[in-house]
Design a protein around this ligand. Structure first.
Ligand SMILES: [Zn+2]
Length: 295
């Protein structure tokens, strides 16, 4: 380990831990991020990662009017080329993003594989911004809020940066809305958090970046996690009618609930379900892996 690289994370939100990276690779810069790319990664993927990460992080910083006070670490690892099709998974915890990719279809630079990877990159980076608050942030109780939100942010970000075409964006949106309809709107199912969460944001017909900027500001100001009721309050006040006053007792209830949510969060991993408790629960809620397969 003579040439080991050590990158220590910054401590922005004390509720969100992240690990230091110890390893042999030297990071490359893309936009505001540091990239560590597995040498087995196909060239088209490395290129797309650099390009998409650079353009999307620049766009998010400007659209949310909230530059990152740190350089997030983005890592790609190639799992194996033997399992059929294509698998792409991502996770964001605090200031780090990890992608694990595999399958023989990865070696071919197909339009489908490109679209999936771009969407995954923009989605995970949306979580990095959702985590870019001093307090509050992602909660464990309503995953549709941050997952559906990340889908909506990703799609709008890719479209506005010209990384995908309007036709591709419309196709992706239609796919998610049909998926939600097939789930009968069940936002509490695993795929429903993405598809139906996306649909809930789309149905608001509001600028997704303006809405999430207001959510980040509200979360940080009040120390509350993102929630459906927060979205309702923001969209209501934007329409000119006042959000109802919060009484003393319900405020206390909410504090109680928030405290509880921070203590324990359950999230899905490849090997099953994992429950985190203590200070990592808040950040753990963002670590939800996803998988897509192509024939
Ligand atoms: Zn996600």
């Amino acid at each position: 380990m003579g040439s080991e690289t050590v990158i220590a994370p910054h401590d922005r939100n004390p509720g969100q831990p992240s690990d230091a990276y110890f390893g042999p690779a030297h990071p490359a810069r893309a936009g505001v991020a540091n990239l560590i790319i597995d040498p087995k990664t196909p060239e088209w993927m490395s290129q797309m990662l650099r390009q998409t990460t650079g353009a999307i992080t620049d766009y998010y910083a400007q659209a949310f009017e909230r530059p990152l006070p740190y350089r997030p670490l983005v890592m790609v690892s190639v799992s194996d080329f033997d399992s059929p099709g294509l698998s792409m998974k991502g996770g964001a915890v605090g200031q780090q993003v990890v992608y694990r990719v595999g399958g023989p279809a990865l070696l071919r630079d197909s339009p489908q594989a490109q679209a999936l990877f771009k969407e995954l990159i923009a989605h995970e980076l949306a979580h990095v911004w959702q985590n870019n608050v001093r307090r509050g942030g992602i909660g464990g109780d309503e995953p549709w809020v941050h997952e559906g939100g990340a889908e909506a942010i990703a799609l709008a970000g890719l479209l506005r940066t010209g990384l995908i075409s309007l036709a591709d964006a419309e196709a992706y949106s239609t796919k998610l809305i049909r998926e939600c309809e097939a789930l009968k709107g069940a936002v509490d199912t695993y795929r429903g958090t993405y598809a139906c969460g996306f649909k809930r944001f789309t149905d608001k017909k509001t600028d997704i970046f303006r809405l999430w900027k207001a959510m980040m500001d509200a979360s940080e100001a009040k120390g509350e996690v993102y929630s459906g009721s927060m979205i309702e309050a923001i969209t209501k006040s934007a329409q000119g009618s006042r959000a109802p006053e919060v009484t003393g007792s319900s405020q206390a209830d909410r504090r109680q609930r928030t405290k509880h949510h921070r203590r324990s969060a359950t999230f899905a991993t490849r090997s099953g379900t994992m429950t985190a408790s203590g200070p990592i629960a808040n950040a753990a809620a963002a670590l939800i892996e996803r998988r897509s397969a192509l024939r």
